[in-house]
Design a protein around this ligand. Structure first.
Ligand SMILES: NC(=O)c1ccc[n+]([C@@H]2O[C@H](COP(=O)([O-])OP(=O)(O)OC[C@H]3O[C@@H](n4cnc5c(N)ncnc54)[C@H](O)[C@@H]3O)[C@@H](O)[C@H]2O)c1
Length: 494
C-alpha cells in the first residue's frame, strides 16, 4: 500500500494527518528545491499553521535540477508525504498536506514552472537549492558568470535553467502582466543568504535588461533566514523505517529528521507572509547574528567532524561523538575559536555548544560524514575561513580551525587514513583532482590548494601565518593520521 488521500484513514491514530481542508489552501509560495531539508522544515511549519491556525498558505513544490523521483512520488500520492522525527529508536510521524502542486523543471518543462510562479496569488518564492544553486563565487558573494547555467541563461533568458534565471523570467512576466512582485526567501546555509540571492538575481537581470533590474530592485525583497534542523539524506534503511512508522505503507517522498527545529526570518516581505511566529519561528529585523552563530558553531563543527571523522573511518557524526577527543575538539572549536568571532548577543554560547553536541549524539540520525563533507569549496569560507580572518586580524590562535582546513585538504587528496579511496563530491572536483595530481604530497599540496581563490580569496594565501598554521596541521595529519592529530591538538590546548 502507498500513501495517498485514499489510504490516509488507515493511518489515523498512528501518525498525525492533515486536520484541515486541503483544497482550501492556495498556492501562495512556490518553493525551488524540494530536497530533504525543505520537506522536514519549512513545509512542516506551513502544515502546523494550516492545522492549528487555519492558514491558507499552500505550496507549489519545484525541483529544477535532480530530484525527479521526489516530484514523481508526490504526484503519485496526491501531493502527500510524511515526516518522521527520530530519537534513537523512538520515531513519530506526521503526514504533511500543504503541497498543492508539484513540478519538475525538466520533466514538466520550465514553462510550467514559470507559469506556476506567475500565478496571481504567489507572494513568496523560497529556495533550498544548496550553495550550488546560487551560481556565485563564495569568496566575493557575487555571480559567477562562468557558471555553465548562467552562461546558458544569458544566451536563452526565456528558457532559463538556473534558479536566479527562473526567478528573473517569472518576475519579468509578472511585471509585464501588471502583477505584483513576490519576495525571494533563501533558506540555504549561506551567510546573508538573502543578500547573495539579491546579488545574483540583480546581476543577471542587469545583464538582461537594466529596466527590469531596476523594477526588481524597487519591488522585490530578499529576506535572509537562519534555518536549523538536522535532516540527513535518505537511505533505503531510513525509508524502510518510515514505512514501519506508517504501518507498512510505502512513502518514497518520506523524510526523517531530528526533533529539534529553528527558523529565524528577516521580516521583510513585499506581498505578505504566513504568520510563522504562531508556530515558533522568530521574525527579526536582522538575521545576521543568528546566521553567523549557526554557520560557524553548528556547520563549522559539523564540517570539522566530517573531514577529520571521515579520514579516521567514522562514517556517521554519532560515531565521532563516541571518541572523547573528537567531542573535546568540537566543543573547543565552538567555544574557543568560533564563539569569540561572533556578533551574537544575548545567547549563552556555551549552552548552545552543549546543546549541539547533544544533538550530534542522536543515534537515530545516522548523519553521514561523507554527506557533510561534500561541496567543501562552497562551504569552507563561511564555516571556517571567515573566523580565521578574525583571528588573524586580532592575533589570536586558531589551531582547531587550521586543523579543520588541513583536514579538508587531506580529504580532497582522495585517500583516507586506511588507504581507501574517497569519492569527492564537489562542483570543483575536476580542478581539485588536477591540483592534487600535479602536486607532491605535503607542503606543495597545501600551496597548490591555496591557489583556489574562489575559496581562499587572495588575502589568506598571502598571509604567512595562515599558510604556516595550515601547513603544520597538514603535516601532523599526514604523519599521524586524523585520530592522533585531533588527540595531539587537544592535548596541546590543555
Ligand atoms: N539537510 C540538512 O540537515 C540541512 C539543514 C539546514 C540547512 N540545509 C540547507 O538546505 C539546502 C538543501 O539541503 P538538502 O539537505 O535538502 O539537500 P538535498 O540534496 O536533499 O536537496 C538539494 C535540493 O537542491 C536542488 N538543487 C541542487 N543543485 C541545484 C542547482 N544547481 N540549481 C537548482 N536547484 C538545485 C535539488 O533539486 C534539491 O531539491 C542546503 O543549502 C543546505 O545547506 C540543510
Amino acid at each position: 500500500m502507498q500513501l495517498s488521500t485514499q489510504t490516509l484513514s488507515a493511518l489515523s491514530g498512528r501518525v498525525a494527518t492533515p486536520t484541515y481542508a486541503r483544497d482550501r489552501l492556495k498556492i501562495r509560495i512556490v518553493h525551488l528545491g524540494f530536497g530533504a531539508f525543505h520537506r522536514a522544515h519549512q513545509a512542516v511549519y506551513a502544515d502546523e499553521l494550516a492545522g492549528a491556525h487555519g492558514s491558507d498558505w499552500g505550496y507549489c513544490e519545484v525541483n529544477l535540477i535532480g530530484g525527479e523521483q521526489q516530484i514523481a512520488a508526490l504526484k503519485q500520492q496526491d501531493l502527500l508525504y510524511s515526516v518522521c522525527e527520530m530519537n534513537a529508536d523512538n520515531w513519530s510521524g506526521r503526514v504533511v498536506g500543504v503541497v498543492r502542486q508539484a513540478l519538475h523543471g525538466v520533466t514538466d518543462g520550465i514553462d510550467a514552472v514559470i507559469a506556476a510562479m506567475t500565478q496571481p496569488d504567489v507572494a513568496i518564492v523560497s529556495l533550498t537549492v544548496t550553495e550550488k544553486g546560487y551560481c556565485y563565487v563564495p569568496s566575493t558573494a557575487s555571480i559567477d558568470t562562468h557558471n555553465p547555467l548562467i552562461e546558458h541563461d544569458l544566451a536563452y533568458p526565456h528558457q532559463p535553467q538556473s534558479a536566479p534565471g527562473v526567478i528573473i523570467e517569472a518576475l519579468r512576466i509578472r511585471r509585464e502582466k501588471g502583477l505584483p512582485a513576490f519576495s525571494v526567501m533563501s533558506c540555504d546555509n549561506i551567510p546573508e543568504n538573502g543578500h547573495v540571492a539579491h546579488n545574483v538575481v540583480l546581476a543577471l537581470a542587469k545583464n538582461r535588461d537594466p529596466a527590469l533590474a531596476d523594477w526588481i530592485e524597487h519591488h522585490v525583497s530578499f529576506p535572509s533566514t537562519m534555518v536549523d534542523r538536522i535532516v540527513p539524506a535518505m537511505t533505503p534503511a531510513s525509508l524502510e523505517k518510515i514505512s514501519g512508522v506508517l504501518g507498512g505503507m510505502a512513502d518514497p517522498a518520506g523524510i526523517a529528521c531530528e526533533p529539534f527545529r529553528q527558523w529565524v526570518i528577516e521580516d521583510n516581505f513585499v506581498a505578505g507572509r504566513p504568520a510563522w511566529e504562531k508556530v515558533g519561528a522568530e521574525l527579526v529585523a536582522d538575521v545576521l547574528p543568528y546566521e553567523e552563530m549557526k554557520l560557524r558553531m553548528l556547520n563549522g563543527s559539523h564540517s570539522f567532524l566530517a573531514y577529520l571523522g571521515y579520514l579516521a573511518g567514522y562514517q556517521y557524526i554519532d560515531q565521532c561523538m563516541l571518541d572523547d577527543n573528537y567531542v573535546r575538539a568540537a566543543r573547543q572549536l565552538m567555544i574557543g575559536e568560533q564563539a569569540p568571532t561572533l556578533h551574537t548577543t544575548g545567547v549563552d554560547l556555551t549552552a548552545y555548544a552543549q546543546s549541539l553536541l547533544a544533538r550530534y549524539r542522536n543515534t537515530g540520525l545516522k548523519h553521514r560524514t561523507w554527506q557533510i563533507a561534500m561541496d567543501g569549496t562552497l562551504k569552507l569560507p563561511q564555516r571556517m575561513l571567515d573566523s580565521i580572518r578574525v583571528h588573524l586580524a586580532r592575533g589570536t590562535a586558531f589551531p582547531l580551525l587550521a586543523l579543520g582546513v588541513a583536514g579538508w585538504m587531506r580529504y580532497v587528496g582522495g585517500v583516507d587514513d586506511n588507504g581507501e579511496k574517497i569519492d569527492i563530491s564537489d562542483p570543483l572536483a575536476t580542478q581539485l583532482a588536477e591540483l592534487v595530481r600535479n602536486s607532491a604530497e605535503g607542503h606543495a599540496r597545501v600551496e597548490a590548494l591555496l591557489t583556489l581563490h574562489h575559496v581562499f580569496g587572495k588575502d589568506l594565501p598571502a598571509n604567512p601565518l595562515f599558510v604556516s598554521r595550515v601547513a603544520d596541521a597538514y603535516a601532523l595529519l599526514q604523519n599521524q593520521g586524523a585520530k592522533e592529530a585531533v588527540s595531539q591538538v587537544i592535548k596541546d590546548l590543555a
